[in-house]
Design a protein around this ligand. Structure first.
Ligand code: ASP
Length: 342
């Protein structure tokens, strides 16, 4: 397995249409994906269902998921594809079958594309190499969650006036500061966003206590040196600059021995109504409080904020469904993505 724990390394030699890391996407490709998302969204359901009629897509999930799994599945079905879900809880994976053998079995059964979520960073590279199929990384360990970063980008762009998704460039997010707060160390969402958003001109400010946000945050040392990604440990100071506030869950399943005083964490880093309204006027003006889910209400975010008028959390879910239709069309070389290479 190729464990890609640090920085942005491009992957080459995998089936066209694979999406293993956001580092593989040029800004032009990001624009093409977002433009295709718009086009597919505007199609009638009948036309959309003809795009991937009868194509076989396997969802291979070794970790729990609600939003990512369901949206990929619904996206595939809306395009007319046939889907099958294989999860570690109800398959031969439980009996110890390897990722490679599971992938080869799915390919022998006719799968043309595999969507993989796995607890190990780098697992999608192994699967893509072993099967030669296009693989979409639906979250691998502490590494990446590329479709999440794309849906987050679309959520942000939707709140900016006059942006044409198909024409985004390195300046589209100039002047936009995105504050990502919480368990940055374990977050593939933070990593993918911190790699993608600055390429469109955004500044990303990472915020959290040292235990959850080490100095070389996410291994993105080079990005930290460019000034596009910064660390600010004081949440209230970070909020003052933020047009976008992205809150992250404390990932208990990955804490492995890290002691965290939850009461102290809540006092310093919970996004509550007062903190937001008084401390983050620009994010309130944009109505851009985001969270990839699952949220732990009362811990990183207060229920009143999650349900409040500044929350874009349900919009993120809707954009996730839309973006994933385009990623599937791209993976299967349909709808104008024929020439895609990675
Ligand atoms: N759903 C996101 C992920 O799979 C965030 C989280 O689990 O907290 O990475």
């Amino acid at each position: 397995m190729k464990p890609k724990m640090h920085g942005a390394v491009k992957s080459t030699g995998y089936a066209a249409g694979s999406l293993l890391t956001v580092a593989d996407l040029t800004v032009v490709e990001v624009a093409a994906i977002l433009a295709a998302t718009d086009r597919i969204e505007q199609m009638s359901s009948g036309d959309r269902a003809r795009m991937l009629t009868g194509r076989r897509i396997a969802l291979l999930f070794y970790e729990s998921s609600t939003r990512t799994r369901t949206s990929f599945e619904l996206a595939a079905k809306s395009l007319g594809a046939i889907t099958t879900l294989v999860s570690d809880k109800s398959s031969s994976i439980e009996k110890g079958e390897s990722l490679k053998d599971t992938g080869l079995t799915l390919r022998a059964l006719g799968a043309e594309c595999i969507i993989l979520r796995h607890a190990n960073s780098g697992a999608p590279y192994l699967l893509a190499k072993a099967t030669g199929l296009p693989v979409l990384n639906a979250g691998d360990g502490m590494h990446e969650h590329p479709s999440q970063a794309l849906l987050d980008l679309r959520t942000i762009l939707a709140r900016l006036p006059g942006v044409n998704a198909g024409r985004i460039d390195a300046k589209t997010l100039a002047g936009v500061t995105v504050v990502i707060t919480g368990d940055i160390l374990h977050s593939r969402v933070a990593r993918s966003n911190a790699m993608l958003l600055p390429r469109l001109g955004a500044k990303v400010v990472l915020c959290g206590p040292a235990g959850l946000l080490p100095e070389d945050a996410l291994g993105l040392g080079s990005a930290l040196n460019t000034g596009c990604v910064e660390i600010e440990r004081d949440f209230d100071k970070a909020l003052k600059q933020a047009q976008v506030v992205m809150m992250l869950r404390i990932q208990r399943e990955r804490l492995a021995g890290l002691e965290l005083d939850l009461a102290d964490y809540i006092a310093r880093y919970q996004l509550n109504e007062e903190r937001l309204v008084v401390g983050a006027p620009k994010a309130v003006a944009m109505r851009l409080v985001m969270h990839p889910g699952p949220m732990i209400r009362g811990l990183e975010i207060a229920g009143e904020v999650a349900d409040g008028p500044n929350s874009a959390i349900e919009d993120q879910v809707r954009h996730g469904l839309a973006v994933r239709t385009a990623l599937l069309v791209r993976a299967l070389g349909a709808g104008g993505f024929e020439s895609v290479t990675v």
